[in-house]
Design a protein around this ligand. Structure first.
Ligand code: FES
Length: 108
């Protein structure tokens, strides 16, 4: 892990625009979503019944769980029907041709 709390994951060219990919970083299941030049990281475990989001449908910034259709905004992890239900989100950045995910906040 870098001292800024970011951990490297996929190469930038392994995640195409509009694509969802599951990774596991430090034991955490994370869904990476690329929209344009931005990458979003979310917990890859649906709070409804625990399915993962691979095979889900992405429309604009909304990902739909493939199991029963719950929809979440990838920008903030909110369930569209109830914003009190959220997926954990992870900040992501692209540097040196790789995607980095912030797993832990850097210590002050
Ligand atoms: S497990 Fe995701 S909608 Fe049911």
């Amino acid at each position: 892990m870098n001292k800024d709390g970011f951990v490297s994951s996929l190469k930038e060219n392994e995640l195409k625009d509009g694509q969802l990919k599951a990774v596991r970083i430090k034991g955490k299941p994370i869904l990476l979503v690329r929209i344009g030049g931005e990458v979003f990281g979310l917990s890859n475990r649906c709070p409804h019944a625990g399915c993962t989001f691979e095979g889900g449908i992405l429309r604009d910034y909304i990902v739909m769980c493939p199991c029963h259709g719950w929809k979440f905004d990838v920008r903030n992890g909110q369930y569209t029907e109830n914003p009190l239900t959220t997926l954990q989100t992870y900040r992501c950045k692209i540097e040196f041709g790789k995607i980095f995910i912030e797993i832990e906040k850097p210590k002050q």
